[in-house]
Ligand binder design. Structure first.
Ligand code: SF4
Length: 70
């Protein structure tokens, strides 16, 4: 099911498992022992927190595409 109003988020390779993203936005990010993941049931109701988490990532592997962008 497509939900076009939600930001598209992906984690590129290189996560150092610092857990910053999960601390800032646990509704979207889940950090395992190896990498951060976008939760399958991610709640994007606060997209600014997703952006905040992406900005806080020390290795800049969180990519956020604005809703409707390509
Ligand atoms: S903030 Fe970046 S490096 Fe840290 S756990 Fe999240 S994706 Fe990985």
């Amino acid at each position: 099911m497509s939900r076009p109003k939600e930001p598209r988020v992906r984690i590129e390779p290189g996560c150092i498992v610092c857990r910053a993203c999960e601390q800032i936005c646990p509704e979207v990010f889940e950090v395992t022992e190896e990498t951060s993941l976008v939760r399958p049931d991610a709640d994007f109701s606060e997209p600014e927190r997703v952006q905040e988490a992406a900005a806080a990532c020390p290795v800049e592997v969180i990519r956020v595409a604005a809703p409707g962008s390509r």
